[in-house]
Design a protein around this ligand. Structure first.
Ligand SMILES: Nc1nc2c(ncn2[C@@H]2O[C@H](COP(=O)(O)OP(=O)(O)OP(=O)(O)O)[C@@H](O)[C@H]2O)c(=O)[nH]1
Ligand SMILES: [Mg+2]
Length: 321
């Protein structure tokens, strides 16, 4: 029996290039719908091979414009591209602002591109987990290169960076605020720095300053981050940016870090899944435990401290210790 025969219909459709099946399964992943699980399981052996390029950086530096330019470059080389944009939806409106911010320029009939935005409402770990599964679906669907665009701030971003095999941090000339961002953590994760808007004055100086900062650090796993000036308006530096990404990808292969990181990532994923499940189980049990209310009365009355109450409940459910 060939593996294809055992696949659930949704998985087969995705492998065969059915965009609608792909979109529906992505929605199921986003909604936490359990129908996605057998499809993800069937497709998992087809994953783990393509570059996943993270594009991050402060608001408005030109991440989406660069994405468009890189896609143009890759399509011209015959590569297909999948994109996940993580939408920093506003906590004030609760709505998505992404529609206004990302306009992917592509020929409507180009099947070589698949674009999907994900809302980043909710807990960072959950968004990252869903994004990771969506990249797996895109790879199984046959896309050669994947991009994940995020805005360079906040927990979601930190969680999502771990998914990328190469992280591109986009900055612009006049590093003022961006230097703060670097200190806040972007610096450690950048494999490639892109100084975009190089058509504006000060780009050379910015790249030089950045070079001095980069030289102070050691880089991840002994890789010295590359700095590439780009402009999406001229345009210039796009091919060089892609070359830098590929250089990092081949470094990962040569050095053995790809396999090492992959293993560490998967270990974290498995552990996280167990933790989630145990956590949910514990929460359910407590929910139904009348003892909790009794103990809580005593905690509220200051007859018992919260740690003592937790001790008693733990012992009641999980034995002595
Ligand atoms: N001068 C100049 N402007 C650029 C360049 N690239 C992008 N822009 C402009 O910068 C603005 C923001 O571009 P986006 O591509 O939307 O930037 P972004 O980083 O995706 O923005 P967010 O997703 O909102 O964080 C737009 O007005 C672009 O036209 C460039 O190379 N040079
Ligand atoms: Mg954008």
């Amino acid at each position: 029996m060939s593996p294809a025969v055992r696949q659930p219909p949704g998985a087969r459709a995705i492998v065969e290039g059915d965009r609608r099946a792909l979109a529906q399964t992505i929605s199921a992943v986003e909604d936490g719908d359990p129908t996605a699980a057998p499809i993800l399981r069937a497709l998992y052996p087809r994953t783990g091979r393509v570059p996943i390029v993270g594009l991050t950086g402060p608001l408005g530096v030109g991440k989406s414009s660069l994405l468009n330019a890189l896609i143009g470059h890759l399509r011209a080389a015959g590569k297909t591209v999948g994109v996940v944009a993580v939408d920093p939806s506003s906590p004030f409106t609760g709505g998505s602002v992404l529609g206004d911010r990302i306009r992917l320029e592509r020929k409507p009939d180009d099947d070589g591109i698949f674009f999907r935005s994900m809302a980043s409402r909710g807990e960072a770990g959950g968004v990252a987990a869903a994004t990771r599964e969506v990249t797996r679906l895109l790879e199984a669907a046959g896309y050669d290169v994947l991009f994940v665009e995020t805005v360079g701030s906040g927990q979601v971003d930190v969680a999502i960076r771990d998914i990328a095999s190469t992280s591109v941090v986009v900055l612009v000339p006049h590093l003022g605020d961006e230097v703060q961002t670097l200190k806040a953590g972007l610096f450690e994760i950048a494999d490639v720095f892109c100084v975009n808007k190089a058509d504006l004055p000060g780009a050379d100086l910015a790249a030089k300053d950045l070079g001095e900062l980069v030289a102070l650090g050691t880089g991840r796993d002994g890789w010295a981050p590359v700095i590439v000036p780009t402009s999406t308006t001229t345009p210039s530096g796009i091919a060089e940016l892609w070359t830098a990404v590929l250089a990092h990808e081949s470094f990962l292969d040569r050095s053995g870090h790809r396999a090492e990181r992959e293993r560490a990532r998967l270990r974290a994923e498995v552990a996280e899944r167990v933790r989630d499940r145990v956590g949910r189980e514990v929460a359910d049990r407590l929910e139904q435990d009348p003892e909790l209310r009794r103990l809580l009365d005593r905690v509220v009355a200051r007859q018992l401290d919260p740690a003592g109450a937790a001790d008693e409940l733990y012992r009641a459910h999980y034995g002595r210790r």
